[in-house]
Design a protein around this ligand. Structure first.
Ligand SMILES: NC(=O)c1ccc[n+]([C@@H]2O[C@H](COP(=O)([O-])OP(=O)(O)OC[C@H]3O[C@@H](n4cnc5c(N)ncnc54)[C@H](O)[C@@H]3O)[C@@H](O)[C@H]2O)c1
Ligand SMILES: O=C(O)CC[C@@H](O)C(=O)O
Length: 530
């Protein structure tokens, strides 16, 4: 008999599969503190949560029999994934079940914002018949900018078209072809910021999406824009947004999610006349809660019964002899994927992995998964992608995966080369394990290098001219950025060249822009490898 604990309010109908299963005994105990959970979790094989329970390392340590944690919903930011992976606890989610519901909430928020419905309601029930203060705007003929064209963003775009809106879409995986299919104009963040009358965000919260609409964007944003966030708090800089509303640049905002939830009582969004809010209700419909509970219950049963399952968010152990051969290359493969993703512009269409040397003779599929994970995690968030779901996510995004093998490893025992093709360019990074030095990047595009695959790097492309290294060093030094290592690669004297700097901390965006303005310097990209 497997024991399952449900620690958040989850649809009864959705978990009926578990209730009725003869090999499952289920307890529902909601609203427990961390201490209370720690005290009882030891007797359970599975834990089923929504977003309220914070599943911490302490809880997992106490959960000696825990095999699986199920999240009835998409985001797993309330679960310590590393702690689960370390303990071999599988974390599953239900990514599809609340897509339509959240899309509809986004629309409800957008329309309520356009027509001042919450403000007008409050006045009317307060006995004031005020028709003058609440003149709204139509959606028809307006431009909607959608940042994040995944499951929810694509559904929002489809509905916006039905309202007669023009849709600008941006997503690192949105190709011209897919945008055409969806009837959306492929745009950049800048196009959206400068051109949209309404902006809605549907990305995960990652280091790249945090404050993707911040002070710099509000300075150039289309005056009178209305902004909706039903994704994750922090994608839009809340403080900068309030300043932009108060300065009259932004007409209003509708937020379902907050940088801190619940927001503090003095949060500037609460009681602001131009901001409407809901308490993270995006997924709160009867249908969505049933869907996600059914999905996650099915998966949970499969895992407990040792049957094949999908939607694992963390990485299960790779068993067998193969692991011994491949495991040393896992980190290298993932970092090469991440490095290639960070240096490449445009929507990824193809990930090509070439294995040379002894790896050519073994099944390298688990390594390819690591590469794909590295590429996708850069865009989708490292909590959403793992070695189990990486290939599936790539397929959903119509990303082609190609593997080639050869014996010639340019003097290395094994050489792994990752090449990314986008609509705009093709970039590659190769790497090897060097005795005593661990994973190293040994080639970037056509340039041989020897770079430690760790920490903050800056990749500069420039012309091989005297003085360039000094100018870069001076500019970074003036801005307080310490250079720890430097590698320069070129094919011919005086031709195109690259410089890879290892730096002690992240380089601010404005310093990267200043680098790009230096004479003979073409581009400067910051890369972070963890
Ligand atoms: N309010 C709620 O209750 C609620 C409910 C469900 C989902 N969500 C949240 O909504 C968001 C979207 O969910 P989904 O199911 O559509 O996820 P998804 O993974 O299907 O889509 C997210 C998309 O964001 C894109 N993206 C990543 N980085 C980007 C960037 N820098 N710029 C533009 N796009 C970028 C990804 O490529 C991906 O296509 C998630 O944050 C999720 O947690 C909130
Ligand atoms: O459980 C909820 O209501 C939150 C759901 C949502 O944020 C998600 O990520 O799926």
């Amino acid at each position: 008999m497997f024991k399952v604990l449900v620690s958040d309010p989850i649809s009864d109908l959705g978990i009926s599969l578990l209730v009725e299963a003869s090999d499952i005994s289920i307890d529902k105990k909601t609203g427990l503190s961390e201490d209370e959970l720690v005290a009882i979790i030891g007797e359970y094989d599975a834990l089923l949560v929504r977003s309220q329970t914070r599943v911490t390392e302490r809880i997992m340590t106490a959960g000696k029999s825990l095999k699986v944690i199920g999240r009835a919903g998409v985001g797993v930011d309330n679960i310590d994934l590393d702690a689960a992976t370390k303990r071999g606890i599988v974390v599953i989610n239900a990514p599809d079940g609340n897509t339509i519901t959240t899309c509809e909430h986004t629309f409800a928020m957008m329309m309520a914002l356009a027509r001042h419905i919450p403000q007008a309601y409050a006045k009317t029930i307060g006995g004031v018949w005020d028709r003058k203060s609440f003149v709204g705007v139509e959606l028809r003929n307006k431009t909607l900018g959608v940042l994040g064209m995944g499951r929810i963003g694509s559904e929002v775009a489809a509905r916006a078209k039905a309202f007669g809106m023009k849709v600008l879409g941006y997503d690192p995986f949105l190709t011209e072809e897919r945008a055409d299919k969806l009837g959306v104009t492929l745009a950049t963040v800048d196009d959206v910021v400068r051109g949209a009358d309404f902006i809605t965000v549907h990305t995960p919260l990652t280091p790249e999406t945090r404050h993707m609409i911040g002070r710099a964007q509000f300075e150039v944003i289309k005056p009178g824009v209305r902004i909706v966030n039903c994704a994750r708090g922090g994608i839009i800089d809340e403080q900068a947004l309030i300043e932009a509303i108060d300065a009259g640049r932004v007409a209003g905002a509708a937020f379902d999610v907050f940088e801190e939830e619940p927001p503090a009582a003095d949060h500037p969004f609460l009681n602001h006349p131009k901001v409407i809010v809901t308490p993270h209700l995006g997924a709160s419909t009867v249908e969505a809660q049933e869907n996600v509970a059914i999905d996650v219950s099915e998966q949970l049963l499969h895992i407990l019964r040792n049957e094949p399952y999908k939607n694992a968010v963390n990485m299960p152990p790779v068993p067998g002899d193969l692991l011994a051969k491949l495991e040393p290359y896992f980190t290298l493969a993932r970092k090469l994927g991440s490095f290639a993703a960070q240096i490449t512009d445009g929507p990824v269409k193809e990930i090509s992995v070439s294995y040379a040397g002894e790896l050519a003779d073994v099944d390298t599929q688990p390594l390819t998964r690591q590469v794909v994970q590295g590429v996708l995690a850069h865009h989708l968030g490292s909590d959403q992608v793992n070695a189990v779901n990486a290939m599936h996510l790539a397929k959903m995004r119509e990303v082609n995966i190609v593997t080639t093998k050869s014996q010639a490893a340019k003097g290395f025992t094994n050489l792994v080369t990752v090449t990314l093709k986008t609509g705009r360019e093709e970039r590659s990074a190769a790497g090897a394990l060097l005795n005593g030095f661990g994973p190293r990047i040994t080639q970037i595009d056509k340039y041989p290098v020897d770079v430690e695959s760790q920490g903050h790097l800056v990749l500069i492309s420039h012309h091989d001219k005297p003085g360039i290294i000094g100018r870069v060093g001076t500019l970074l030094g003036t801005n307080g950025v310490n250079i720890a290592t430097m590698q320069v690669g070129r094919k011919i004297v005086g031709g195109a060249a690259i410089m890879v700097l290892g730096v002690d901390k992240a380089v601010p965006k404005d310093v990267l822009s200043q680098l790009e303005e230096l004479p003979d310097l073409n581009s400067a990209k910051e890369i972070q490898l963890v």
